[in-house]
Design a protein around this ligand. Structure first.
Ligand SMILES: *Cc1c(COP(=O)(O)O)cnc(C)c1O
Length: 378
């Protein structure tokens, strides 16, 4: 029988407690999720600033749809680029203090576009071991030599860079690591790249909106290429790449995910511009994540180990897949939605509970979460 691997892989996945199913939520409102008629406090959302469903963003979405259209109806290079896109690009460029910005329909596509267009035969892509699947897949699908350095080990990254002095070097990492919540050092990444006349790349998926005085993310001005998704703290969908004029021109001409894909919905672009304005003005949302996070840490039993973090992501490593799943089920029975994260999303033996604390959680939500975690973990 053909495609026997389909059946084999699925049954293997079940045997390993790695089988995944899609859960459909009836609604997602401020800090909660409603599934099969039951409401849960949601600690698995990436809506870090609590902006999903914000009335001003919904209003901008409607206004954008009426003025500029629901669909772009073409790629940016054909006729898909309109005023809503241009306005968003300019807003992001000013926010991050970068010359130019390109929009993509997803962060996954944006990362692939950057890695594949810069990953030529003469390139070496050095990447943190914990980088997102979209960065890894993009790099591996390119013509470049790809080397992954140990997590946040810039010593090792430098040693690797020194082996390829005759190559074009791209040093890539994430600002906040999605499954651990810890941060990279943008200055180190930029300086390794600079020492080899190379380029530096930072994925700000989990830091955009959350880090920086105006939520502009963590990267300092030395980073050459910044990617951020719009579907997390910014609470719309799509992604951007910010860079200098020359790189912008290169991506416009050679990034296949940009050239051969329908432009982002103009309505979404218009809503995103509004969301960024709110993010710049409302620093209390960032402060709230910090204060709720300190409260959470303080309330957890000393025996519960949180990975160190300054982000909204708090990971508790429970190691085995089945244990992570069982805890997730126990919490569900108590009205808490906390998805178990298992391989291959994380390394074998590091299955975890990934708690995200959002600006729209209230004190009682956090107290209740800590109490329930103490009950099931201690
Ligand atoms: C979510 C995520 C992406 C992908 O972004 P989408 O817009 O969801 O496709 C890329 N990188 C990291 C680190 C992410 O967490």
């Amino acid at each position: 029988m053909s495609f026997q691997f389909i059946r084999d892989d699925l049954s293997n996945q079940k045997a390993l407690s790695r089988f995944r199913t899609v859960t459909t939520a009836a609604s997602l409102t401020s800090g909660t999720i409603s599934i099969d008629g039951k409401e849960y406090i949601n600690f698995s959302s990436n809506d870090y600033l609590g902006l999903n469903n914000h009335p001003a963003i919904i209003k901008a979405l409607n206004e954008g749809a009426e003025k500029y259209g629901v669909s772009a109806s073409a790629s940016n290079l054909v006729t898909g680029n309109n005023y809503a896109h241009q306005a968003l690009e300019e807003t992001v460029a000013a926010w991050l203090n970068k010359q130019r910005v390109l929009l993509f329909t997803s962060g996954f596509a944006a990362n692939q576009a950057v890695m594949q267009s810069l990953g030529k035969k003469e390139s070496v892509i050095l990447m943190d071991k914990l980088s997102h699947a979209s960065m890894i897949d993009g790099a591996l699908a390119s013509e470049a030599t790809v080397k992954r350095f140990l997590h946040n080990d810039y010593q090792q990254a430098s040693v690797l860079a020194n082996k390829y002095t005759d190559k074009d070097l791209l040093v890539a990492s994430e600002a906040v690591f999605s499954m651990d919540g810890d941060t990279s050092d943008a200055r180190e990444i930029a300086s390794i790249a600079k020492a080899h006349q190379g380029l530096s790349f930072l994925d700000e998926a989990h830091s955009i909106g959350v880090f920086g005085d105006e939520g502009q993310g963590s990267s300092n001005q030395d980073i050459d290429i910044v990617m951020a998704t719009l579907g997390k703290a910014i609470a719309t969908s799509g992604a951007f790449v910010a860079c200098n004029e020359e790189l912008y021109q290169y991506f416009v001409n050679f990034a296949r995910h940009y050239i051969y894909s329908t432009a982002m919905s103009p309505a979404v672009a218009w809503a995103t511009k509004k969301s960024i304005e709110i993010i710049q003005q409302e620093s209390w949302r960032r402060a709230r994540i910090k204060s709720l996070s300190s409260m959470f840490r303080a309330l957890l039993d000393d025996s519960v180990e949180l990975l160190p973090t300054s982000s909204a992501i708090h990971a508790i490593n429970v190691q085995q897949e089945d244990k992570a799943l069982a805890i997730s089920e126990q919490l569900k029975a108590k009205g808490i939605w906390l998805t178990a994260i298992r391989p291959p999303t994380v390394a074998k033996g590091t299955s975890r509970l990934r708690v995200t604390i959002c600006a729209n959680h209230n004190d009682n939500n956090i107290k209740y979460l800590a109490k329930c975690l103490n009950e099931v973990l201690v």
